[in-house]
Design a protein around this ligand. Sequence first.
Ligand code: 6R9
Length: 664
Amino acid sequence: MNDESLQNTSEQAITPEKLNYLKELTQHYYNIDSLAKYMDVYRISKNDPEDFWNTIAERNFEWRKKWDSVLKWNPKKAEVTWFEGAQLNITENAIDRHLETRGNKTAIIWEPNDPEEKTLYISYNELSKRVNKMANVLKKNGIKKGDRVCIYLPMIPELAIATLACARIGAVHSVVFAGFSALALSSRINDSECKMLITADGSYRGSKSINLKGIVDEAMGDTPSIECVLVVKQTSSDIEMVKDRDIWLHDELNQVDDKCEAEVMDAEDTLFILYTSGSTGTPKGMVHTTAGYMVYTAFSFKNVFQYQENDVYWCTADIGWITGHSYIVYGPLLNGATTLMFEGVPSYPDYGRFWEIVEKHKVNQFYTAPTAIRALAKQDVEFVDKHDISSLKVLGTVGEPINEEAWNWYYENIGKRKCPIVDTWWQTETGGIMISPIPFVTPTKPTFATLPLPGIQPSLMDDKGEELKGNSVSGKLCIKHPWPSMARTVYGNHQRYIDTYFSAFENLYFTGDGALRDEVGYYRITGRVDDVIIVSGHNLGTAPIEDAINEHPAVAESAIVGFAHKVKGNALAGFVILKNEGESRDKQNLSKEINQLISSKIGPIAKLDRIHFVSGLPKTRSGKIMRRIMRKISSNEGDQIGDISTLLDPDIVEEIKEKVQPFL
Ligand code: 6R9
């Protein structure tokens, strides 16, 4: 099922009847409901990508004006345009066009942090009014097409509404995760010179209440471009409103109309900027444009989640990440779906909260991250079994490689062995899901993201810059042909875009990830190539080794890094979190058992020289393990670990230093 086999079975059978059938097939993108159809659609998309996207775009969206060219691509300059010449407004596609047929359908279900508080059900009619009103508030306060607006809000409806309000008037939104510090906020505001900041007086997260406005006031000391701070009343906490700068959203809303004409946008006008967390250097503002992003997020949402008209879909990500942009807001709303937004955390009031919400709203598609799955799997399964979660049809995962143990737990305890798991690989830069099973179509395999979506052409490269053909190979994951939702540039720094993504291999987009293609052509992501460790000349990805460690019944989670070794060049250090019942075990025996497991699953080459039992791992707030920090500490460079402002729990760094110290 890899590139080659797709190629080999192609053309011969394309008769005019077949061609019509294939064209029909692409008309309704939700049509991919068998493996044969997937193969057909994939083949058309590969043979003639422009014709393929032309058909998808033409038949499934509303345009003010059609395009003059589908794709223009200059790989040398890394310049790409999709649907050039077209005009549209994405909110007319995500909201207005649904009003006639789905006006009373719930667009957004909002589930508050506190289960005792009232759930909100926002219909498409109401969403339209609220977005239009907010758009008018932005206009009234001087925001025009092209202006950048920073949104620093917790997971409340105003967050989704603010992004759409920007899109309505052609302003560029830059959402900053509301867990970030004042410094992280101000540096992002300054990088793109945002004119307005939208925030709240405070926010709730589990049992905590956070003084969001206090963080904002601190950040505002150093953000000359901000002219106005629009404040949502959420916690009613006592805050200071700065004269001539801060205004309450509710006061403003009282003064505006609920109709706001949509700004007519060019296909390549910027829709939003989103900063990648970036483990090193300053954060990169990835720029996404209007038409291509719309087409691809809608198309991928429909297929990857197989959303049906009356389904309730829930993605647990924060809108501060790309996953929330593409698969809480735009993808679902473009398809007229009901999308659930949750303000809280999985552990509040207890670890059953996710399953309580699934039961309460009869959620059909559930999309979360491996880090959440592992945290939930550590708890008593009672938390799941108390709830009727039989409404679930499709389970998704994103953000990191999912280890086999977690995959199996998810499949058995949440999916009850009947829900396919879509392990979706993609990036902030790709805008949408790139490699993923299509549920009920692609047979799944634990830890494998399986096959590319139509229109996506992955390729694996070796260190010499040669493409690895055929199956059973592993290398650096690249993408061959442009796709509509790819980021167009790094805001204000196109050279950095070229250097990061288009200079490693000629004419290819380089993802920074390593992957293997198995004997049937399925892809498995093995981790960031920066994290790859070369031991005695062998390239070892982090994911497969961590996966082996996690299979030990006493282990909850693990991360491995390399450190310099006189003989091997590099040796491996493992950081292991034990399950509660593992804590009392003899650590020496445990270490032996873990290495035996690695030997049997990967080979003796991958055995760990050091094993540290720790209570946590340094993770970003979106759940990604920052191996760089453990690598520095293990190499006795603990004083050079750099920026840790995006860490969820910076205290863990000290514990790791203490554990590693005796080995240095
Ligand atoms: C969507 C998102 C991107 C990086 C990516 C990769 C890792 C994401 C994954 C996965 C293995 C998956 N990643 N999904 N690794 N399997 N299903 O997470 O975007 O925050 O930009 O991170 O996350 O390493 O390159 P972003």
